[in-house]
Design a protein around this ligand. Structure first.
Ligand SMILES: [Fe+2]
Ligand SMILES: [Fe+2]
Length: 137
């Protein structure tokens, strides 16, 4: 059993749509870790989850950036840069998933740079815009 990443109410950004996207993203990260731990037999599942994540991450970033823009969040540029940095690192990570060279190493990498990243990002930078928007409305 791998580490599981779970959304908690403490991670809420005060918007149902964005909260649901965060929940779904963490669930899919868990699904990816489980599928990867199962090895090559789970290649089809891995492909499905990655396909879903690719699309869903893009969608979430677009929605979230639009939300910050609508509320004139002053740190939108910095936040957008964090999203872009993530996409770059995630792209590299994905290339290595299919090699199955070191599944254990890959699992640790994904736990730290994918699962942990999402939890830290939601609980940090995302909560920052939520706090700003809350004080303005
Ligand atoms: Fe987010
Ligand atoms: Fe974000």
């Amino acid at each position: 059993m791998n580490i599981q990443f779970t959304w908690t109410p403490a991670l809420s950004v005060g918007d149902d749509k964005l909260d649901n996207q965060h929940k779904q993203l963490l669930e899919q990260v868990n699904a990816l870790l489980d599928a990867l731990a199962g090895g090559q037999n789970n290649l089809i599942v891995i492909e499905q989850v990655l396909k879903f994540l690719d699309q869903y991450i893009d969608e979430h970033f677009v929605d979230e950036e639009r939300y910050m823009e609508e509320h004139q969040y002053p740190h939108l540029v910095e936040h957008r840069a964090l999203h872009a940095q993530f996409i770059e690192r995630y792209t590299h990570m994905k290339e290595r998933i299919y090699t199955f060279e070191s599944v254990d190493g890959m699992l640790i990498d994904l736990e730290v740079h994918l699962g942990r990243w999402w939890i830290d990002h939601i609980g940090g930078a995302d909560k920052d815009y939520a706090a700003y928007i809350r004080t303005r409305s």
